[in-house]
Design a protein. Sequence first.
Length: 482
Amino acid sequence: MKMTDFFKSLCFGLALSLVLVAPCITIYTYNPIYFSFDLLHLGIVWTLLSLLCSFMTCALLMGAGPWRHIRKVEVAILALCVLAWMQGGYFATILPTIPVATEFGNNLFWLSFTQIVIFTVIIGAMFFFRKFIFEHIMQVLLFVILCQAVSIGATIYRFSSHSFNTIYKNCFEENNKYTFAFRENVLLVVVDCLGNKLFKDEIKKYPELEGLFKDFTCLDGMRSPVPRTMAAVPAMLTGIGFKYSEAELGDDDLYPQYIHNAYLENQTLMHRLKSEGFRCEGYQYMPNIVLATETCFDNVIPRLKHNASEKMMFQVWCQRMMPYFMHYLCNFKWDMGNMFVNEVNTGRIRNKHLKYDQAMNQRLVREFVVGRDEKVFKYFHLQGAHVDLSTDENLENCEDTDKYRQLKGSLIFVENLFRLLKENNLYDNATIVVTGDHTEEYRPENATLVKAPGRAKDKLDFDDKPYVVADMPNIIQKLRGK
């Protein structure tokens, strides 16, 4: 075995692994809020996978060294590196990452055709200049390795991951998710994308919902100044709104600072309720919108695993690296429904084959119990009308559904929650808020329905007084007469 052959094979493996790893670093550094792990965790996992990829590529080339077609294999691997580089570094950023967006939905054929043409030109050029490539293969490989290393280094350098470090340490334990207080329950149920207009259209389409919410008042003037889940939910729980623009939600420093400062204020909803002897529990829909700190929540535990986030990274990476013509030819659609759903970190994953709201509803019906605590606050979060639209009005899987049908199915959870509270004589004394965080079009006009303890009415009524989501702690306390 010649050392030069070994070094060349090693460079092939390193070039291929770096081309594949670089998109993962980019995905993470631009979207850290969606993952439950930090950059160090990602670096360790993908370093191990990169070493495995490098070793396997190196072993393949060394084993096939005596084969007379070895140069064709080397050019094929080099072509794979170049095409993967083009896909992950260009097509996935310049062209739409998710080609089902409205403005690109009817153009997938032309995107695929354009990509095939470009890939064909690249492969043709490599074939035409194959003699030059054979003579300068080491220089070409070192160029690819250097470019990828610089790209990865620059991406990591611009990312101030330290600001997120404390968010990753803890998570929320879910074993007592459906254990309620025997005397007073304060429940905040966030239904994603429950916009004001959507709700009013929904009760016209399904009149029985007026009966479900007959004891409630709809706050017709509720707004989310920054209509995104990561801004609206913290504002609801803490009373402190995100004072920057929607664009700053992705800022590596501003958003983590906001989360920390907001939840550690002593006037949050949880601080107020805990001072009255409440047990406070949070069950977030996506990672890092609720700070898992014991000063606010009583169901905080050290984080044990990152299964859901690792799966999400793999899915996003696969989608980013899959050429558009493969999407088109295979008529392939990624199941994005559980992409940003927080995992169960208690040692096992429950209901992993169900959609989020399906699992929520099944667990509620199966696990509802009245516990030993006198007072409990719970924050729940439903997918509601949020894409992917994949369930119907009966909360069953359905490919031919729409936002109205999926929302109606999601509200089955609310219907069962009310029924079980009534059966256990807890409904009358409960303070309940069912609210949206933004509309399905990410506009600020939320539907917010509130019920005070001891309130029994004949029908749903409306209050057009203006509110913002940061008013929620005061609204809940006012409902309770505090």
